[in-house]
Design a protein around this ligand. Structure first.
Ligand code: 5GP
Length: 201
């Protein structure tokens, strides 16, 4: 009987401005036994963003080529740019028993949920819609039209919370990070996961 098996796929998602990125960053600072998948995007880098750290910034042609080679476990067009999760990195790590964290939008998370039913899907909610708007505005990298677009889209997206396993209201980053850590810990203790490993799934 072995406790070894596939790693846990943790998908953190939610509307833009809810604070997914900050929470994931906070988790990774102290949790060293999980790897984060770096997405490919056709979006241009913002100031300070680094290729291979924040994203792999690639051209539209390269992105389309990866789609045609089934190189993504999911991809989506978000605010006019493509974003995708590279298949190889995720599969290899899960196969080697490492837990993998994805921080992706809702369309992408729902695609992953279709294919990776054993994944853990966590929805990050802003404390209020006013706060959400303030955060999207404060980021300061988008113009007014783009801010409004992101806010409207976030407003609609909140309803998708019902498709997820867990929600976290991001009113304080440290408690939100702690909740995410606890969710992962609890999921790794689940008997039904252990049974899945025993029958070799
Ligand atoms: P941003 O342009 O602000 O970095 O990201 C915009 C949105 O795209 C965010 O909601 C972010 O979580 C999402 N995103 C980042 N990487 C991926 C990915 O690989 N797939 C999908 N579906 N969404 C992603």
């Amino acid at each position: 009987m072995s406790m070894e098996g596939r790693g846990l796929l943790v998908v953190v998602s939610g509307p833009s401005g809810a604070g997914k990125g900050t929470i994931c960053k906070g988790l990774l600072e102290t949790k060293k036994d999980i790897v984060v998948s770096i997405s490919n995007t056709t979006r241009l880098p913002r100031d300070g963003e680094v290729h291979g750290k924040n994203y792999f910034f690639i051209s539209r042609e390269e992105f389309l080529d990866m789609i045609s080679k089934d190189g993504f476990i999911e991809y989506a067009e978000v605010y006019g740019n493509y974003y995708g999760t590279p298949r190889r990195y995720v599969e290899e790590n899960l196969h080697q028993g490492r837990d993998v964290l994805l921080e992706i939008d809702i369309q992408g998370a729902l695609q992953v949920k279709e294919k990776y039913k054993e994944g853990v899907f966590v929805f990050i909610l802003p404390p209020s819609m006013e706060e959400l708007k303030a955060r999207i505005t404060k980021r300061g990298t988008e113009d007014e039209k783009e801010i409004l677009r992101r806010f409207e889209s976030a407003y609609k997206e909140i309803n998708y919370v019902s498709r997820y396993n867990y929600f976290i209201i991001n009113d304080r980053v440290d408690t939100a990070v702690e909740k995410l850590r606890s969710i992962i810990t609890a999921e790794k203790c689940r008997v039904d996961r252990f049974k899945m490993k025993l029958i070799g799934q």
